[in-house]
Design a binder for this molecule. Structure first.
Ligand code: PMP
Length: 447
């Protein structure tokens, strides 16, 4: 197992951000990059490619083509190395006060700073969780619990969200709707973007929380979070964004978005599964929230339980790398994705691209093949790993709620593939993927 320093050059380790309450920006290591803002990614120093290459067991290495990076991404070499290194060396309980415990705790604090750097947050605003599902539940249920138990305004009992949110947003929101809250679903346009005029009509002084995703996991559409948050603020509502699909795919800045809560997931950006974080605004505009599970006082008392030290440390490196890669990856992947779409459309002219083509993550596409059963198509393409709908829906007979909400018929929803490329997608594979899909789709067309 290589030591971290062998796969992660010192210069790529993050610097403390300027806003840090811990004092002047002090590089963790001599030669580290100056503090960066998330809104201008890629300003960091040159990086050895080794640090972001996939581990050798990646699907590409075994000659499969993995096209489902919205569902999960392979861990980067550096993220895997630190996961193993921390598991091996910093196994102590991070709450223990002895030296080993303090070393483990320091790993977590380094990752907290890395996540803060990657998102424009302060380190103390990062609460580590067991993934974005948990972060979404904590934000929505925790804000509602605070409102009912400590809130000064008993009228704020309404929640607004979008019909295309992930189930881990919709389910807790519906749970609250069965317990005295009112749930309003703000309509989206055919491209998946929220209708800001309709949101404005829905907002009022009784709204507690607007939950609006940053990027969608099926169609890749990026929402105008800052604009929606500005409208919500006019009515004194809190704002949560599910940014699980955004970190490392589009610049992410909690300050620029002006949100109170933001959910993150490690396994969508080169880190391990079962790790995530919730940004919870601190300072004079501290976001009101209570824990939804009880135990020790870990993570500001909001997420009790011994932290997953290796996973968190690994998430920190993965997030840093993902943001550093963004400047080069985003245009490269968008060009490959556009080529893939063009190749498919040139062979199947009635195929349709879903989502906002001018506002979407660079690596993903959702394509409807009218009259073609997507599951049957996937079955004919055993060399490609792709999905008909979100992984969270896979195996359920329901058509994708996202595709239905943007106006697709049930039949078209069942005829849709989502394809997403990873950071190491190779240009020469694109025509082959398009050809394989275009070869197999037409024979499946319903008569
Ligand atoms: N939100 C979105 C938009 C997602 O895509 C996912 C993962 N499918 C989640 C939340 C849940 O993340 P996790 O797997 O970390 O619980």
């Amino acid at each position: 197992m290589p030591h971290l320093s062998q796969v992660m050059p010192a210069a790529t380790l993050p610097a403390r951000r300027t806003r840090s309450a811990l004092g002047d920006p002090a590089p963790l290591l001599a030669g580290a990059a100056p503090a960066r803002r998330a809104s201008s990614p890629g300003g960091g120093p040159a990086r050895r490619t080794r640090a972001t290459e996939p581990v050798s067991a990646s699907p590409e290495a075994t000659h499969r083509l993995y096209l489902d990076h919205q569902a999960s991404t392979p861990m980067t070499a550096a993220a895997l190395a630190i996961l193993l290194e921390v598991s091996e060396r910093d196994y102590a309980n991070p709450s223990s006060t002895h030296r080993s415990g303090k070393r483990a705790a320091a790993r977590i604090e380094t990752a907290r700073e890395q996540l803060a750097d990657a998102t424009g947050a302060l380190p103390e605003e990062i609460v580590f969780t067991g993934g974005a599902t948990e972060a979404n539940n904590l934000a929505i249920l925790g804000a509602a619990l605070h409102a009912t138990e400590r809130g000064r305004d008993p009228k704020r009992r309404r929640i607004i969200t979008l019909p295309i949110e992930h189930p881990s947003v919709l389910a807790p929101a519906r749970h609250l709707a069965e317990r005295g809250f009112r749930l309003d679903i703000a309509p989206v346009q055919g491209n998946g973007r929220i209708r800001l005029d309709a949101l404005d009509d829905l907002l009022g002084e009784d709204v507690l929380l607007l939950s609006i995703q940053t990027a969608n996991n099926e169609i890749g559409t990026i929402q105008p979070v800052a604009e929606a948050a500005a409208l919500a603020r006019e009515h004194g509502a809190l704002v949560h964004t599910d940014a699980a699909q955004a970190l490392g795919r589009t610049p992410l800045d909690v300050e620029a978005m002006d949100v109170d809560f933001a959910s993150l997931s490690a396994h969508k950006c080169g880190g391990p599964k079962g790790v995530g974080a919730l940004f919870v605004r601190e300072g004079p505009n501290r976001a009101p929230i209570l824990p939804i599970t009880y135990g020790g006082g870990h993570e500001r008392g909001l997420r009790p339980g011994t932290q997953n030290t290796p996973g968190i440390a690994s998430f920190g490196i993965a997030a840093t790398e993902a943001v550093e890669r963004l400047r080069t990856d985003a245009p490269r992947l968008a060009a490959l994705r556009d080529e893939l779409e063009a190749e498919i459309l040139s062979r199947i002219p009635d195929a349709r691209i879903n989502g906002a083509q001018d506002h979407r993550v660079p690596n993903a596409t959702s394509i409807t093949f009218p009259g073609v059963d997507a599951d049957a198509l996937i079955a004919r393409l055993p060399d490609l790993d792709l999905s008909a709908a979100s992984a969270c829906h896979a195996g359920t007979p329901e058509p994708s709620h996202v595709l239905r909400a943007i106006g697709l018929t049930t039949e078209d929803a069942y005829s849709t593939l989502r394809l997403s490329l990873g950071p190491y997608a190779a240009a020469h594979t694109i025509p082959r993927i398009a050809l394989r899909i275009a070869d197999q789709a037409p024979p499946l067309r319903a008569p």
